[in-house]
Design a protein around this ligand. Sequence first.
Ligand code: NI
Length: 174
Amino acid sequence: MKRNILIHPDPRLKKVCEGVGDLSDDLRSLADDMLETMYDAPGIGLAAPQIGVLSRLIVLDCVKADSEAPRPLVMFNPKIIAASDEENVYEEGCLSIPDQYAEVTRPKVVDVEWIDRDGNVQTETFDGLWATCVQHEIDHLDGKLFIDYLKPLKRQMITRKMVKLKKELAREKA
Ligand code: NI
């Protein structure tokens, strides 16, 4: 089932999320809903707080080319266990901050540990866009948005645009 994506500013996007305990069918179907919502948007990553669920769960799939098979990843309790000194700059966006993009500098390569959909611990090294995406999504679990890396003026400008957008969306619904 597709879920509604929260738009910044929203207090739920600023919360530190709770770790997930034993996996249940409810958690698995939540992950499936998140993948469906992400692909529909379309986006390459989504974190549970973005649909108002304050649990440490993210989904991502950074395969872009249509010729390549999709690679949906579901990560419960994802943790960055190592990060490279070498950095990378990507123009980032966020489904909770529609149509706004800005360059963010992050470690180029990260090792991530997580619990997969079957309850198994996984670790993998991510590079390039995958590394940026997984860091961006894990940030969401700590109440951090990519605009928090920008200069205050730029951040305030984007936030004002989002406040306006939310007012327009609310008016459309009314
Ligand atoms: Ni995001």
